[in-house]
Design a protein around this ligand. Sequence first.
Ligand SMILES: NC(=O)C1=CN([C@@H]2O[C@H](COP(=O)(O)OP(=O)(O)OC[C@H]3O[C@@H](n4cnc5c(N)ncnc54)[C@H](OP(=O)(O)O)[C@@H]3O)[C@@H](O)[C@H]2O)C=CC1
Ligand SMILES: O=C(O)[C@@H]1CCC=N1
Length: 275
Amino acid sequence: MNISFIGAGSMAEAIIAGLIEKNIAERKNILVTNREDQTKLADLKKKYGIQPTYQMEELMEDTDMVIFAVKPKDAAAALKKIKPYLKEDTLFVSVMAGISLSYMENRLNVQQPIARAMPNTSASVGKSATAIAFNDSVSKHQKQLATTVFSSIGVTTVIEENKLDAITALSGSGPAYIYYVVEAMERSAAEIGLDADTAKKMILQTLVGAAEMLLTSGKEAAELRRDVTSPGGTTEAGIEVLQKENVQTAFMKCVKAAMEQSKKLGGMHESKQIV
Ligand SMILES: NC(=O)C1=CN([C@@H]2O[C@H](COP(=O)(O)OP(=O)(O)OC[C@H]3O[C@@H](n4cnc5c(N)ncnc54)[C@H](OP(=O)(O)O)[C@@H]3O)[C@@H](O)[C@H]2O)C=CC1
Ligand SMILES: O=C(O)[C@@H]1CCC=N1
């Protein structure tokens, strides 16, 4: 498979690492470009043996798939730059938060096969939760190609585009919520007299163990929580505080705010009509 990356930041690198690790594409067939950071491209070449280039013709000529991994604010300029070189039947895959299929169709070509994917940064360790939506121009074969690429970095689910803002809020941003909880646990461990190394070791294994239980025990989260919570015990005392502080409600508000922001990012671009 030949794949060209527009954008060489953290998300592009995570996907490149997965593709190589799982032998989805040969190193010589992975081309990558960015706006100006030549040092980053040289680093990627050194680390992964892939092909950096600033030649648009080279990037677009024989590629099966273009993966577009720039920030939403840079989308308009980058789309304008590649449009003259992108073949009409090449699959174009965006990982940008909030930017709609129609926005990209309007700036590339209304018939362009386009996919919108929402991975997360756990892609770097092959554990992304990725959701992907396709426009009507994407062929069955192209859907398979895209699914293969994202399955190399974790679990992939195909969904309708109108669910992508929700997915972005839940699993795109999701790792950050978990890290936020870990930060709080680390701070409290320091306060109650544990050294940082011991605390980290115990917190991380607790996290991995809880995830494994959720995956394999067949029990719901609430039931697993009940299993930990002995009547009159320590967990009950702790959870009571979380309930008093409305922590679950705060988390639900957090996911909703992230979803609204995803919608807003998309809306801002739609309304600007930049080409
Ligand atoms: N980080 C995350 O958790 C997730 C991010 N995403 C999405 O992934 C996308 C990329 O994010 P991330 O990798 O974190 O971003 P980074 O800032 O790390 O990387 C952005 C890349 O885009 C390049 N770029 C900008 N403008 C152009 C242009 N005109 N032509 C070519 N390349 C260009 C930059 O090049 P240069 O450095 O030279 O300016 C840089 O290599 C975003 O749209 C984000 O919404 C999706 C899921 C999760
Ligand atoms: O914060 C963001 O906008 C991106 C999208 C999902 C995760 N990070």
